[in-house]
Ligand binder design. Structure first.
Ligand SMILES: [Zn+2]
Length: 322
């Protein structure tokens, strides 16, 4: 049995050396293959550039090999961007594409033994790959890249529930969501409320939160799906993961959006209204964050919120140190 107070110990760790270092690597422009961290020196340099807590950086690196660090890679709002943006694109010319993204992911795995690769939804819609292949191409790439889990975005319903269920039949990774009810739909047996990944000696709980479909998804495309309050649903899932499932850390894959001025629930409000979450990885608002945002949760502990832009232009990374 895990000690009951493991939750408290974990949550106290940030003050005592538990470090979450987040940094985003921009793909080099106009290259067919991204040059990942080719040397330890370069890795250290990139870490240092984030303004991380410098004295612990060598331990961050060393701990990865001792299975006490989990390096979480994440994407969101991929939007079927299998190819790089056209060279003439005014903003992202030549950037992105699965060749670069795969190379980068591979490079990160070479440097870190304990990793997770997660996605926060809106995998589909945006290029002819989706229109022609209905999402199979994106899912097959994610299988090859070795994604550990994903969640649902609003655009993932663009071909309707039946076709989404069919295309997710190709996925070799679980798709998690805890605030939609799928009873009686084709997705009922496919979407899991949460999963537990054993990474080295650590148990990492992963759940997902989806946005209110009202006004975003046509009724006929999400027929039978019932939206529920993300705060309550996520808290229930997190409580289960931390107590019954004895997880050392809990990650929420969110497609709620990073931050809104009004009352609409977002990642920062979710972080503040709950307790027990360690990391919220987000999507939907296509927010490029330079660093994970620390937010005080309902019990005064720190939860980090991150998002990695969109279109596979960035690979988000957060190192969880235990
Ligand atoms: Zn979205």
């Amino acid at each position: 049995m895990f000690p009951v107070n493991c939750l408290e110990t974990l949550q106290m760790l940030p003050r005592n050396g538990w470090v979450m270092v987040q940094y985003l690597l921009e793909f080099s422009r106009n290259r067919d293959t991204f040059e990942p961290m080719s040397s330890r020196r370069k890795f250290l340099k990139q870490l240092a550039m984030t303004g991380a807590v410098l004295p612990v950086i060598p331990e961050v690196l060393g701990a990865a090999a001792r299975a006490e660090s989990v390096l979480v890679m994440h994407t969101n709002d991929f939007h079927s961007r299998m190819d790089p943006f056209p060279e003439k694109h005014p903003k992202f010319g030549g950037q992105g594409g699965i060749a670069k993204l795969s190379t980068l992911i591979h490079g990160v795995r070479q440097e870190n033994k304990q990793t997770l690769l997660l996605d926060c939804g809106d995998i589909f819609q945006g290029t002819p790959y989706f229109n022609v292949f209905g999402g199979v191409a994106e899912i097959q790439w994610m299988n090859q890249a070795g994604y550990d889990a994903s969640t649902l975005g609003n655009h993932d319903f663009d071909n309707g529930v039946e076709k989404l269920a069919s295309v997710l039949g190709h996925a070799q990774f679980p798709v998690v969501n805890c605030n939609y009810r799928f009873s009686g739909t084709a997705l009922e047996s496919i979407i899991k409320p949460w999963i537990v990944k054993q990474v080295g000696r650590k148990r990492i709980g992963i759940t997902g939160a989806g946005i209110n479909p009202e006004g975003l998804i046509l009724d006929r495309l999400c027929k039978g799906i019932v939206y529920q309050d993300p705060v309550k649903a996520v808290q229930t899932a997190v409580d289960t993961l931390k107590s019954r499932e004895r997880c050392d850390a809990v990650i929420v894959l969110s497609h709620l959006g990073y931050s809104y001025e009004g009352p609409q629930i977002d990642d920062k409000k979710l972080a503040a209204a709950t307790h027990g979450i360690d990391l919220i990885l987000g999507g939907h608002t296509h927010t490029f964050l330079e660093q994970a945002e620390p937010v005080r949760n309902a019990k005064g502990k720190t939860v980090h919120v991150n998002q990695a832009g969109w279109a596979g232009l960035k690979l988000g990374r957060v190192a969880i140190e235990f």
